[in-house]
Design a protein around this ligand. Sequence first.
Ligand SMILES: [Zn+2]
Length: 215
Amino acid sequence: MTKAIEILQPHEYWLIKQQAFELIKAYHSVNDKQTIEALQTLIKGEIETYFKRAPKLNPYLDKLMVQTLTKEQFLVIFEALKVFVQPMKIPSHKQIQKCFRKVKKLPNLETESIDFRELSYLGFNDGNNNRKYLIRNVNQQFIGLYGQFSPDAQKGHCAICNHISTVAFFLATTKSAGDGTYTKKGNYLCTDSFECNRHISQLEHLEKFWQNFSN
Ligand SMILES: [Zn+2]
C-alpha cells in the first residue's frame, strides 16, 4: 500500500468538520435554494484551498456540496479524509521529560494509544497533583507548559479552543518580562485536552495562550 499524502493540518481537518456540519444543518432546515447556494459558496471559499492541495482530495469537496448529504454520510467521508492529515510529531518519553525539566515525577502517558492526527497540541492531566501539562511541536522542537489545574470543573469558555465546554482553572507561574521576577497567570481550559483539540479549527487562540504563558 502506498502511503497517503499528509497535507492537512489537524486544525484544518477540524475546520472541515465544523463547516460541513453548518452546511448539513442548512441542507435539512432551510428551504430557500438561494440561501443554501450562498452558504455553499461561502463555505467553499473557506475550505477549498485545502482540497486543492492534491487531486486525490478534490472529489471530497464535491461530496460535501450534495444537498441530500446527512451527518452520518459525512462522518464516513470525514473518517476517509483522516489519512490526509499530517499528525503532530509524537514526543518520546525522554522528550516529554525534557519539556518539564523541573518536574520530578510526570504522570505516565501512553502515547501509543493517542491519535496524533487529531492534535494541534498534546495535553494531559495529573489528577494526583492537580496539574495540567501541555506540549507543542514548534520549529521541530517540543516545548512544554504546565500549571496547577483545579479539580472543580464547570461550564465555560476555553482559552485554547475558544469554545464553551467543560473547563477548569489553569494557573501557571511565568517569568515576567525583563526583571526576572515571577508572576502567576491563569485561564480556563477544557478539562479534556483531547476533546479541546477537536474544537481547534484555527491556531490563533492556542498561539495567543502560549505566548501569554511563555513570557
Ligand atoms: Zn478547549
